[in-house]
Design a protein. Sequence first.
Length: 313
Amino acid sequence: MNAQAVVVGIDVSKDWLDVAMGVESSRVANDAEGIGALLERLRQGVELVVMEATGGYETQAASAIAGAGLRLAVVNPRQVRDFAKATGRLAKSDRIDAQVIAAFGEAIEPQVVRLPDEQTKELQDLVMRRQQLVAMKVQESNRLAMMTGAAKKQIKTHIAWLEKAIDEVNTDITARLRTSPVWREKDELLRSMKGIGPITSSMLLMNLPELGQLDRRSIAALVGVAPFNRDSGSFRGRRTIWGGRAEVRHVLYMAATTAIHHNCVIKPFYEHLIARGKPHKVAIVACMRKMLTILNAMTRSNTRWMPAPGIAS
């Protein structure tokens, strides 16, 4: 990055935005007024604004910054923590965190986000809400076995309510995908691959906009299904996956579980790996990576699922 470029780091909390701009540090409220004042400062020759993903607290500021035409990167907090450790920055406070985020942006040059349009944001919110409801249902189901009497009855009632709410969100997601020509086309393209259902398709559309824009290695690393070496000297460690987008990886796992039984390409691929002695989990991850590679190529070329000649779909 140009030595003269100004990279701003923002540490986000529920109530505050701590801002590091060059040698200056400041704090503004994480509300409309504070963000408005921050935008006035950011328009003064800033090259890049970097902030961490903090479970939604960054959404209002990120939308305003990207909407103002400024280059914005929203990065994984673990990457910033690893960077801080690697550079010996062990002290921690909101002000110091903002400075570390700015230094991370200068050194790494993270990918700039694209501002989602209103329809995309609505779909993202629906997908997120579905994840929350499913998580609550799992928690209640785990509690059910430990309860008796009235408490057990109440939990059963809540689980039934959650199941109904999940069905309603599924309907809303499908309806929004079907009413937009652009999303409908993308959804139908992804779902043409056996094993990809409506939930997997919507999750990919909402949480993996880079699909079709990166090469197969980059997209696998972004999702977190690329194996990383664990070697040192003569030692050869077991290859592992880590990082990436857990929500995308979760739905790909479910899709691969279906595909190893019904997909004419993934099923023999899985069986071949098992025959070679690969553990089930290793084979499943390899299937996830293969499916992601195929979906990436399909999206890039805007081509529906088409197995090789002579292979039944």
